[in-house]
Design a protein around this ligand. Structure first.
Ligand code: ZN
Length: 215
């Protein structure tokens, strides 16, 4: 099994090497030029390809359990402050195991996992009733909103100068938001939330609000 997995790694890479060639790598051999700093969840069902077919040299990716910045703040700072990506995208997702773990209790986890899940404490509201799935969805969105808020605080001057736009979104591979399986739904831009307020933003003109804006 492991042998097959390792063989798969090398074979897939060989395919990649054959498909690319030197010309593909030349523009980014000496430096990287990402335009998005992405904070997403480690969940294997969530990958940068859902927002960019070829993320190489385009997406500076930070993945933490529960797509929260606190576990990897230095890495997020690197993308925003050193690589100067114009967009910081914080992307939560449906069926997030980290949020579920937080809701169910995670006392039995080891200290490292506990420490990272503890970072979600500040982001999640008190239980608000409804079914587990309803509360899960509320928490997933609340976490994104909270992470956007923290980012706006941390990078306030860049946002005020128009050099950084902080976008919060939910990647919905279960179609919980009924906009299509796999849809990325924007829920916050620089602290502006709510479908009607979002649709008025100049940054979002030309997008179909019914498919890509939410909450
Ligand atoms: Zn997750």
């Amino acid at each position: 099994m492991v042998k097959d997995i390792i063989r798969g790694i090398i074979e897939s890479n060989s395919t990649f090497v054959s498909a690319c060639g030197e010309a593909y790598f030349k523009p980014h051999m000496a430096a990287q030029h990402p335009r998005i700093t992405l904070v997403a969840c480690c969940d294997s069902r969530v990958q940068p390809v859902v927002i960019e077919p070829d993320p190489i040299d385009k997406v500076f990716t930070i993945e933490t359990i529960g797509n929260q910045m606190a576990s990897a703040q230095g890495s997020v700072d690197y993308g925003v402050l050193h690589l100067h990506t114009p967009v910081l995208l914080i992307m939560g997702h449906t069926d997030c195991g980290a949020i579920k773990a937080f809701m169910k209790g995670y006392e039995k986890e080891n200290d490292a996992i506990k420490g990272e899940l503890d970072n979600l404490k500040a982001s999640l509201p008190a239980p608000g009733g409804g079914s587990f799935d309803e509360e899960l969805m509320r928490n997933i969105q609340a976490n994104v909103m909270s992470q956007v808020g923290a980012a706006l605080k941390r990078y306030r001057s860049l946002v005020d100068e128009g050099k950084l736009t902080v976008v919060g979104a939910v990647y919905d591979f279960t179609n919980a938001l009924c906009k299509g399986f796999g849809r990325v739904v924007i829920v916050n831009v620089n602290g502006v939330a709510g479908k009607d307020r979002l649709r008025a933003l100049p940054e979002l003109q030309g997008l179909d609000p019914d498919t890509c804006l939410g909450v």
